[in-house]
Design a protein around this ligand. Structure first.
Ligand code: FE
Ligand code: FE
Ligand code: ZN
Length: 277
């Protein structure tokens, strides 16, 4: 069975967010660990977290995904910027452990002129400092579009980060379909080939989550601009091949498509579910 959901906000509490997901026809979802711009997190409401957990299990949800603030730069040159990313991610991992949400997704960062090798080294070193015994959460490296000086837009770069992390039994990958396509992996014309390369370079056992987004730009343009499902360069047929692919179809999928209203996500979830019928 397809597991799919969308990005939601926990502004009305964690349990209410899970109920909203259910009302949309979702059986997974993603939410930001805190304000996406990275401000201080509210104290965790233990009762609310427990109520969400119970609700998710009673309603047979697939794992949900917590997303780090997208403004963090774990490999920043400025020490204050890198230290801020580290502080937030360290706190978030402890919070995920307390919430018992299994996966924490983050963007590996932008090297901004330091070079990709230094970028990879810095992000790897940060992961080595925060993957402590205080947390059992699995960190997911999101595959990036390679916009600007983003690292993590090649499977080799993702692999290099994973290899450098001592506790890499707790490191996985979240594949963003818009990002990999933008990065130059042609999942429209050669999905099998791309997955074969992923397996050879990273290993498919590392793949834990899919961000399901169409792309406003063509393959290899390095432009991170999400489109609604079927309205971009990946297209409906491309999307159908992704969600029905034997090595992907059991994974949780999360929409990060541009819509104003929740009802539009409900429609999109229906659209994608129909593709698998
Ligand atoms: Fe992301
Ligand atoms: Fe994404
Ligand atoms: Zn994106």
């Amino acid at each position: 069975m397809l597991h799919i959901g969308c990005h939601l906000s926990p502004s009305d509490g964690l349990l209410n967010m899970a109920k909203t997901a259910s009302n949309l026809g979702a059986d997974t979802f993603q939410f930001f660990s805190r304000n996406p711009r990275g401000s201080k997190a509210k104290a965790l409401d233990r009762n609310d977290a427990d109520a969400m957990l119970l609700y998710l299990s009673e309603n047979a949800f697939a794992p949900v995904l917590v997303h780090a603030p997208y403004t963090l730069n774990p490999c920043a040159e400025k020490p204050e910027t890198a230290q801020f990313a580290e502080l937030v991610m360290r706190e978030d991992l402890i919070r995920c452990t307390a919430m018992r949400t299994p996966f924490y997704n983050f963007h590996p960062g932008a090297h901004v002129g330091q070079g990709i090798v230094i970028g990879i080294e810095k992000t790897t070193a940060l992961l080595n400092r925060i993957l402590t015994d205080e947390t059992d959460t699995t960190v997911l490296i999101e595959t990036m579009a390679g916009q600007g000086s983003e690292i993590g837009s090649t499977f080799e770069a993702v692999k290099a980060i994973i290899e450098g992390v001592e506790r890499n039994d707790r490191v996985g990958v979240c594949l963003d379909t818009c990002h990999v396509f933008a990065a130059g992996y042609d999942i429209v014309n050669d999905l099998d080939g791309v997955l074969t390369i992923f397996d050879r370079v990273i290993g498919l056992d590392r793949l834990k989550f899919i961000h399901l987004n169409d792309s406003m730009f063509a393959c290899g343009q390095h432009k991170d601009r999400h489109a609604p499902i079927g309205e971009g360069f990946i297209g409906l047929d491309g999307m159908r091949r992704i969600v029905t692919h034997p090595v992907l179809k059991e994974l949780p999928f999360c929409l990060e498509t541009p819509h104003e209203k929740l009802e539009e996500y409900a429609e999109e979830i229906k659209l994608v579910r129909r593709m698998t019928e």
